[in-house]
Design a protein around this ligand. Structure first.
Ligand code: NI
Ligand code: MN
Length: 225
C-alpha cells in the first residue's frame, strides 16, 4: 500500500485496488504549492470533520474525481448541498466497502462547516485494507477513548496529529501511540501555521525514546506501508 502526503492532514492511500484520499486541504496551503491538484485521482474521499483545513478542496476534488465522499451525515449534508451526489454518510459504526472495512471512531475536537452550519461530531477512522489495519485519528486531543482500539485491532500504522494547540502535540501523540499499542506512527497536522510548528528532529527522538517510529514524509513524498 502506498501513502502520499499532501500537507496538513491530507494524504492519499493507494491500496491494491483503490485510491483513498483524506481531508483534502491543498490549494490553500502554501506548503503544498507544488502539488498539482488537477492530477489527483481518487475513488473515495474520507473526511474527518468539516473544518476548513480538512475540506478546503473537498468540493472541487469530489467533482473532479467523482469519488464517493465518506463522512458523518452533517458533513455529507453540506457536501450534497453543493451538488456532490456520490456520497456515503456514516456515523460511529463500521461498514465494509468494496476496498475494505471502515470504522468511524471518536475524536476529541470540535466541528463546524465553512458556511457556519453544524458539522456533527469530529471523527477518525480505522481501515482494514490489504490485510493491514490503519488508524487515522483526524483532529483530536489525547483521549482515553483511544484505549478501546487495541481491544478491536492490531494496528500496523497510525496517522496522528502532532502539531499541538488544536490537537495533540508530540508528547501527547507518544502517549496516544502507547494507548493504541501501535509502533509505526505517521505525523500530520504540523508546520502549516506558526502555532503548530514543530521541531521534527525532537519529535522523531521523542518517539524513539518510547520504542516507536515516527515517519514524517515530505509533502508530495510517497512511502510504502
Ligand atoms: Ni479541526
Ligand atoms: Mn485541523
Amino acid at each position: 500500500m502506498k501513502y502520499t502526503y499532501y500537507g496538513q492532514s491530507s494524504f492519499l492511500l493507494e491500496t491494491e485496488t483503490t485510491k483513498l484520499l483524506f481531508d483534502p486541504f491543498i490549494s490553500q496551503n502554501p506548503l503544498a504549492k507544488d502539488i498539482d491538484i488537477t492530477k489527483i485521482e481518487a475513488d473515495y474521499i474520507l473526511i474527518s470533520h468539516g473544518h476548513g483545513d480538512h475540506v478546503g478542496d473537498l468540493i472541487s476534488l469530489a467533482k473532479q474525481t467523482n469519488a464517493c465522499v465518506i463522512a458523518i451525515p452533517e458533513v455529507i449534508g453540506w457536501v450534497s448541498k453543493q451538488g456532490v451526489e456520490n456520497v456515503h454518510p456514516m456515523n460511529f459504526g463500521k461498514y465494509t466497502f468494496d476496498f475494505g472495512t471502515v470504522r468511524m471512531v471518536w475524536a476529541t475536537h470540535s466541528a463546524g462547516l465553512p458556511d457556519g452550519s453544524y458539522g456533527g461530531n469530529p471523527a477518525g477512522y480505522v481501515l482494514e485494507v490489504d490485510g493491514k489495519q490503519i488508524y487515522f485519528a483526524g483532529d483530536t486531543g489525547l483521549t482515553v477513548e483511544m484505549k478501546l482500539l487495541p481491544e478491536l485491532y492490531n494496528l500496523n500504522y497510525a496517522i496522528l496529529p502532532i502539531g499541538g494547540n488544536y490537537t495533540m502535540d508530540v508528547d501527547d501523540a507518544v502517549i496516544a501511540a502507547k494507548y493504541i499499542e501501535c509502533d509505526q506512527i505517521i505525523g500530520v497536522h504540523y508546520d502549516t501555521f506558526p502555532v503548530i510548528e514543530i521541531d521534527s528532529k525532537v519529535a522523531v527522538e521523542s518517539f524513539k525514546r518510547a520504542q516507536k517510529t515516527l515517519l514524517l514524509p515530505k509533502i508530495g513524498e510517497t512511502i510504502t506501508l
